[in-house]
Design a protein around this ligand. Structure first.
Ligand code: FBP
Length: 313
């Protein structure tokens, strides 16, 4: 974790002064997702790879910004693998909106080779996960899978992360939904039915309409959902049947944190952590939130056509 926090402190310092030191804008290349890389995407990735390799704890790693796995030189290899998105939400960076780093840590079977097959495993094998949000304050949220999620805030004067949010518990039901409604046209009946149920609740439910909040930075939208409750989602749709968010370094770590905070994460029809990815940059749909809210999502998928079970026409 020391290597991870060094990386986060470095990125935090760059994000904070990005406009002052000409670190905004494009780097001039595209990543394996076909996205134009931001200067800070490239710099953050380099910083994390260097810190993680130097830690001597990892055998290999998966980064959103690198096509293949990053193998650690033999003499520095350790028994873990880390998957990470060095700068999530980077499309928002030039507008000064919250961005973040997301990571998941996996213990490799002893004697395992540094090969991609070692990480194409169910999400339920993850042993630690977290994110660091760079915004009005810098928050590092961590879990080691013991049904506890701890939140830290960076004290810029000390340069240390201080425990400020011990034992985060997500409310079982919230009042906020968070999704890019610009994709509504492409949604399946199940997704439309669910979001209609929170926007236009039936009289018998006795509930008020949920408020809409969507920043478009997964770290920021999930952070708010963990603290205030409700649902964050990036569903599958007609354009992208597997949704947008990447399984190994976005959906798995965030699903793990949500579950350890007492919530749930589903594709609509499957627990996210039961997925077994086929490729390191695979994507999956995701709905995460409090247990009662996600039960409503699962009920909507159980009783409406959807892309996931090919009933949607
Ligand atoms: P990257 O910036 O790491 O590619 O992240 C993807 C992301 O920006 C998420 O942070 C966010 O939840 C989602 O995409 C927003 O997508 P859209 O603009 O389609 O709503």
């Amino acid at each position: 974790m020391n290597a991870v926090q060094v990386g986060c402190k470095f990125v935090e310092s760059c994000v904070r002064k990005a406009r002052l030191i000409n670190l905004v804008g494009l780097a001039g290349n595209t990543n394996v997702q076909g996205e134009d890389q931001k200067k800070l995407d490239v710099l953050s990735n380099e910083m994390f790879v260097n810190a993680l390799v130097a830690s001597g704890k990892f055998s290999f790693m998966v980064s959103e910004e690198v096509d293949d796995i990053v193998t650690v030189p033999e003499e520095l290899r350790g028994k873990y693998c880390i998957t990470f998105d060095p700068l999530d939400g980077s499309s928002n960076i030039d507008a000064g909106v919250n961005v973040g780093t997301i990571f998941g840590i996996w213990r490799l079977p002893s004697g395992a080779d540094a090969t991609v097959d070692e990480i194409l495993v169910p999400g339920s094998e993850i042993i630690a996960g977290g994110y660091c949000m760079y915004g009005s304050s810098c928050n590092l949220i961590l879990t080691f899978g013991n049904s506890r999620v701890e939140g830290f805030t960076l004290d810029p004067a000390l340069g240390e992360f201080i425990l400020t949010h011990p034992n985060i518990r997500i409310p079982s039901r919230g009042k906020i939904y968070s999704v890019n409604e610009g994709n509504t046209l492409y949604w399946d009946d199940a997704t439309k039915a669910y979001f209609d149920s929170v926007k236009f609740p039936s009289a018998e439910s006795g509930r008020k309409p949920y408020s809409a909040r969507y920043i478009g930075s997964m770290v920021a939208d999930v952070h708010r959902t963990l603290l205030y409750g409700g649902v964050f989602a990036y569903p599958s749709d007609r354009k992208s049947r597997s949704g947008k968010l990447r399984i190994l370094y976005e959906s798995f770590p965030m699903a793990f944190i949500t579950e350890q905070a007492g919530g749930k994460a589903t594709t609509g029809t499957q627990r996210v952590l039961d997925i077994v990815p086929k490729h390191i940059h695979d994507r999956c749909p995701i709905f995460l939130g409090g247990t009662d809210d996600i039960a409503d999502v699962e009920a909507a998928f159980a009783s409406n056509n959807n892309w996931l079970n090919d009933t949607q026409k």
